[in-house]
Design a protein around this ligand. Structure first.
Ligand code: ARG
Length: 470
């Protein structure tokens, strides 16, 4: 068995060290407990690097074959749960390399030629994140589809639209849900943008300054699928930047935080709508829990947790952006702290997306309750004002007339549409029998037949646009 310096971690990097690390320092500096999650990316990137070293004649064909055989064995061991992760070997990179060398001897030690853990880890994280973003994008499509279908089924269902959480104007429930489709579609756009910038190769930057070996970085990039839309290799153009910046992780987390904020807003509405005071919707039991003390309770735990988990992702964004602040070029060990917030951001967002794809499809809509609520808050007062404007009254005057009418109706304890024609005419003589069309909720909706408006006809057009897009 050939000797492997990585077997004795205290001297792993150099004979320079004369005393071993304390247990506490080992634990404090090690990342293997969490960064082993990058193993697949690490092996993929190592294979691409080794293959390039081979074609460039930097390692022999025999060594390349040994490395490939060894990494295949390592992969099998990890997949089978047989791989022994060692804290002494600090991180995923040193663990895999040490095992490779154990398996194939000196060839394993040649893998690190022209490479440093600094460009290695930057590459692994980028590869890993690129693929995770792919999964998130697919889930975002599913979520939007689910919302679009519920919107399509509820284009004509009317609920009060709110400003300041006060009843404002009636809106279509379908229209309301499509607002979230717009938000999530922008989230998808942002993530796709971040994915493009993430998909760029640091390898070849080595520790910080580049390397003296004749590497073919573009070849490695192409092998790893780090190419632009035209198929051109995407390679980090400055070695110092390549190993040190984590802006791709920060902007990913920013996009994820914003997406979670959208979930949080939707969640807040679901919680309100499901409360007894609103009663607009019900959520299937499988998304709710009961109370251990109050037998009547059914709590909307899933949306509440999504709202809560938003704080956690926003926190990760703060952690990552603060991590970067004040780091001099180039690589600093601070960057090892990027992983846990990044991993948890991906996990939290992915699970939230998965659960909402199902939850949205399960929403039980209660149209009568929505309609009743819309009738309670004088939601068509603006329609009466618009009606008077069409009869020649300046808008400001119409606004004033309607305010008086609403005050009167409040005194009578009825909706505007329930006032007799004579009563309405006492506020303005121009009011005629056709006023009841505009005071009706549906009339109010249909009147807003402008692009982006809440008229069911517009909602159906938007549904068609989204269906074609998704
Ligand atoms: N585990 C390290 C990280 O995540 C890998 C890079 C270590 N580089 C170094 N020069 N110590 O950042």
């Amino acid at each position: 068995m050939p000797t492997n310096p990585l077997d004795k971690k205290s001297q792993a990097w150099s004979a320079l060290f004369s005393e071993p690390m304390s247990e506490l320092v080992k634990r404090y500096t090690a990342s293997v407990s969490f960064d082993q999650r990058l193993w697949k990316a690490d092996i993929t990137a190592s294979l691409a690097h080794a293959e390039m070293l081979g074609t460039q004649g930097i390692v022999s064909a025999a060594d390349l074959a040994s490395i490939q055989r060894g990494l295949a064995l390592v992969r099998e061991e990890i997949e089978a749960g047989r791989f022994e992760w060692k804290l002494e070997l600090e991180d995923v990179h040193l663990n895999i390399e040490a095992r490779l060398t154990q398996l194939v001897g000196d060839a394993g030690k040649r893998l690190h030629t022209g490479r440093s853990r600094n460009d290695q880890v930057a590459t692994d994280v980028r590869l890993w994140l690129r693929d995770e973003i792919g999964t998130l994008l697919a889930l975002l499509v599913q979520l939007q589809r689910a919302l679009v279908e519920v919107a399509a089924a509820n284009a004509e269902v009317i609920l009060p639209g709110f400003t300041h959480l006060q009843v404002a104007q009636p809106v279509s429930f379908g229209h309301h849900l499509l607002a979230y489709v717009e938000m999530f579609s922008r989230d998808a756009e942002r993530l796709a943008e971040v994915q493009r910038r993430t998909n760029c190769l640091p390898l070849g930057a080595a520790a910080l300054a580049g390397t003296s070996y004749p590497l073919d970085r573009e070849r490695v990039a192409r092998t790893l699928g780090m190419v632009d839309a035209e198929g051109r290799a995407c390679v980090c153009q400055n070695s110092l930047d390549a190993v040190s910046d984590r802006d791709f992780a920060i902007e990913f987390t920013a996009a994820a935080a914003l997406c979670m904020v959208h979930f949080s807003r939707l969640s807040e509405e679901l919680v309100l709508w499901m409360s007894q005071s609103f009663g607009f919707i019900d959520l299937p039991d499988r998304f709710c829990t009961g109370s251990s003390i109050m037998p009547q309770k059914k709590n909307p735990d899933v949306p509440e947790l999504a709202r809560g988990k938003t704080g956690r992702v926003v926190g990760h964004l703060m952690a990552l952006i603060t991590l970067m602040k004040g780091q001099p070029l180039a690589y600093n060990k601070d960057n090892q702290e990027d992983k846990e917030p990044l991993f948890d951001t991906v996990d939290t967002l992915a699970d939230t997306l998965r659960i909402f794809v199902e939850l949205v499809a399960g929403i039980v809509v209660k149209p009568e309750a929505m309609q009743r609520a819309a009738l309670r808050g004088y939601a068509t007062a603006t329609d009466l004002a618009d009606y008077l404007v069409k009869k020649g009254l300046p808008f400001r005057d119409a606004h004033e007339v309607v305010a008086h009418a609403v005050k009167f109706a409040i005194g009578q304890g009825v909706d505007l549409s329930a006032l007799p024609l004579e009563a309405l005419q006492s506020f303005d003589a121009r009011i005629e029998a056709d006023v009841y069309d505009v005071l009706a909720l549906r009339g109010s909706l249909d009147a807003r037949n402008v692009l982006g408006g809440t008229a069911p006809a517009q909602v159906r057009a938007q549904v068609a646009r989204h269906r074609a897009r998704l």
